[in-house]
Design a protein around this ligand. Structure first.
Ligand code: IPM
Ligand code: MG
Length: 372
């Protein structure tokens, strides 16, 4: 298969982790005889520095003319600490989501058996957790009208949803539940918000078309608690933009590190793949950030194009790296010398030599002798 992939590596650790995903995609292309072309483009703080615009027109154009977008991370502390900044890196990502019509953001959350000890939550609570979060991505409070009074003392953000916006993502979430454990939980705040009551009404109506899926509802405050108390009760979670943002960061605690969580953002025409983590500016350039979220986002990209064996191979390689403790410092209790690029090298190596022994991999990637 031929794919043109726009690469928007962005700020902070974005370039370092995205490089590993590209390395891995190149290995897949070689093993499976595909042709992937990568087109870099600017986004975020680095784009503001170079062009004054967090999403330059050329970047948007490259994305619109590519088959998929691989996204790194955006954000820079110099904007976070300045509430009066008119231009912000995040505007680049939000505009990109809107312009590409990426209305559904899919965030899988999984507890790897060999990592349950890395989570602050109790092993028996999280072992076996496997959740797919469907977060609405182009509506709600993120995109509603914003207002700031002239005196600067009153502000508001409108949370607006239409039936159509709810229906299109709800269909995807129901269909996902059908291929999984057939349970869909709508997370909302219908006891307070009119927009949440519309979500409940529309999703309940649609459920008639998916009789094999059990639908239930949770208020978002309760859902936040349940996510920690008993995450195994969840299969597919469907929720609006802001609640999905918050609950997916919370869910990342289950996996042991936010550096593991990948995501796919899809629309009718376009698709983008990005880690859920931010730009982690403190780690920039240090080669210590966990590249797994970016590598697994590349696997989701392959799944999107029906390249499931290829995606599975990446996931197997990542699981192997975790088993052998070829992991970055956020997760590694044993070795302190495993860098971002080392993890990428390991996954690449596994793809190129899937039959090689564990001992060989461990020795090579821990920098030890290969002669044993
Ligand atoms: C995410 C991020 C973004 C969001 C930020 C960077 C705008 O937190 O993708 O979860 O809030 O959607
Ligand atoms: Mg977020």
């Amino acid at each position: 298969m031929k794919l043109d992939i726009a690469v928007l590596s962005g700020d902070g650790i974005g370039p370092e982790v995205t490089d590993q995903a590209i390395k891995v995609l190149k290995a897949i292309a070689q093993e499976f005889d595909h042709s992937f072309r990568f087109k870099p483009a600017l986004v975020g703080a680095i784009a503001i520095d170079e062009t004054g615009n967090p999403l330059p027109d050329t970047t948007l154009d490259i994305c619109k003319h590519s088959d998929a977008v691989l996204f790194g991370a955006i954000g820079d502390p110099k904007y976070d600490n300045d509430p009066s900044a008119k231009v912000r890196p995040e505007q680049g990502l939000l505009k990109l989501r809107k312009e590409l019509g990426l209305f559904a953001n899919i965030r899988p959350v999984k507890a790897y058996d060999s990592l349950v000890g890395a989570s602050p939550l109790k092993d028996e609570k999280i072992k076996g957790t496997d959740i797919s979060i469907y977060r609405e991505l182009t509506g709600g409070i993120y995109f509603g009208d914003k207002y700031l009074s002239d005196d600067g003392n009153t502000a508001s953000d409108l949370c607006l949803y239409t039936r159509e916006e709810i229906e299109r993502i709800a269909h995807l979430a129901f269909k996902a539940a059908q291929t999984r454990n057939k349970k869909l939980t709508l997370v909302d705040k219908a006891n307070v918000l009119e927009s949440s009551r519309l979500w409940r009404k529309v999703v309940t109506e649609l459920s008639a078309s998916y009789p094999d899926v059990t639908l239930d509802f949770l208020f978002v405050d309760n859902a936040a608690m349940q996510m920690i108390l008993n995450p195994k009760q969840f299969d597919v979670i469907l929720t609006e933009n802001m609640f999905g943002d918050i609950i997916s960061d919370e869910a990342s605690v289950i996996g042991g590190s936010i550096g593991l969580l990948a995501s796919a953002s899809v629309g009718k025409k376009h698709a983008m793949f990005e880690p859920i983590h931010g730009s982690y500016p403190q780690a920039k350039g240090k080669n210590i950030a966990n590249p797994v979220a970016s590598i697994l986002s590349a696997a989701m990209l392959l799944d999107h194009f029906g390249l499931n064996d290829e995606a599975e191979m990446i996931r197997n390689a990542v699981e192997k790296s975790i088993q052998l403790e070829i992991m970055t410092p956020d997760l590694n209790r044993k070795y302190n010398n495993i860098t971002t690029s080392k993890v990428g090298d390991f996954v690449e190596d596994f793809i190129n030599n899937p039959k090689d022994s564990n001992i060989n991999f461990t020795n090579i990637h821990l920098g030890q002798s290969t002669i044993i």
